[in-house]
Design a protein around this ligand. Structure first.
Ligand code: HEM
Length: 289
């Protein structure tokens, strides 16, 4: 089986024709760079008083970012009329799996390698149980991501790999629950995830239009704000109304103190995407593409 995998998966930096691919090299660098940065921080005592725990948190955040990036490949490839992006989907998905595996290894290290305790914690704590379910699901998708499995499973392959959406929801829930009273990072990623999931639910003929994409962006930000409010109101004792109001304060630009709420920040990323789409369409040949 190991040999099959070795033959099925192309060398990451070469395309299917065996040529060096700058796009694939850039994606590989993006996947590896945060590990080098975390390694550097660990080496230079830059991870704070609990370096293992800090590294475990950082790997969790990167795993979720790369999982969402995997979901972004198809929409971006389509709306930017850039099909070469599709060749990155498998690599980024496997990269996300590697980051999740590292996250689990660091968790076990943080527990002093007492593996029975790791297993017991995963079984007893709800947020760890769903994290594990997400990891197990990703492992299955990673294992079956090869050309051989694609052929073997035929039409069922696509159905199986749609599991990436519920897996992303589980991973987000895991991040939300562990975040307790500071959900900033989780809300930011939730806003982007809502956009990515919403795009799949749009009718195909609307998926490319600037106006439907702008409406999707506005709806995703509004939903992220509403879910953030619901989280603070239902799961914490913090003043949810003040968190909600802060989203609208952030719209009043103060050059000395500009710290937008996470849902607004996600909206800014979406504006960036809309600008990229508009520029792409204005470029020579862009409309035809
Ligand atoms: C067996 C599987 C997993 C275990 C044991 C695990 C464990 C943990 C633990 C212990 C924390 C920190 C909780 C705290 O400090 O209270 C955490 C945070 C986190 N995990 Fe996981 N996790 C797992 C799977 C996943 C998966 C599949 C993802 C995403 C794809 C993920 C993403 C995150 C994120 C984003 C955070 C929050 C980091 C932060 O904002 O500081 N985890 N995880």
């Amino acid at each position: 089986m190991g040999v099959t995998i070795a033959l099925d998966l192309p060398t990451p930096w070469r395309d299917r024709a065996g040529r060096l691919s700058p796009l694939r090299i850039a994606a590989l660098a993006l996947l590896v760079a945060p590990a080098l940065w975390i390694g550097w921080l660990a080496w230079s005592d830059g991870l704070g008083p609990e370096p293992l725990n800090a590294a475990m948190h950082a790997t969790g955040r990167w795993a979720l970012r790369f999982l969402l990036l995997t979901l972004a490949v198809t929409p971006f490839g389509r709306i930017l009329a850039w099909p070469r992006l599709f060749q990155l989907r498998r690599m980024i998905g496997l990269g996300a799996l590697a980051w999740v595996a590292l996250h689990l290894v660091l968790y076990a290290a943080d527990q002093n390698w007492v593996l029975w305790r790791v297993v017991a914690e995963i079984a007893q704590r709800f947020y760890l149980t769903i994290g594990f379910a997400a990891l197990a699901g990703l492992a299955v998708l990673g294992w079956t991501s090869t050309d051989g499995w694609m052929k073997r499973l035929g039409r069922r392959w696509k159905r199986l790999h749609r599991l990436v959406f519920p897996i992303a929801v589980l991973a987000l829930l895991h991040a939300f629950i562990q975040a307790k009273s500071d959900t900033s990072s989780a809300v930011f990623l939730l806003g982007l995830a809502l956009w990515l999931l919403g795009w799949r639910l749009m009718p195909a003929r609307r998926q490319q239009g600037i106006v439907p994409l702008a409406a999707l962006s506005a709806a995703s930000v509004a939903a992220a704000i509403a879910l953030e409010y619901a989280w603070y109101a239902l799961a914490t004792k913090l003043p949810a109304e003040r968190v909600l109001a802060a989203n609208f304060d952030a719209l009043q630009f103060d050059p000395d103190f500009f710290a937008p709420r996470p849902a607004i920040l996600a909206g800014m990323v979406m504006l960036g995407v809309l600008a990229a789409v508009a520029l792409r369409r204005l470029a020579p040949g862009g409309r035809a593409a």
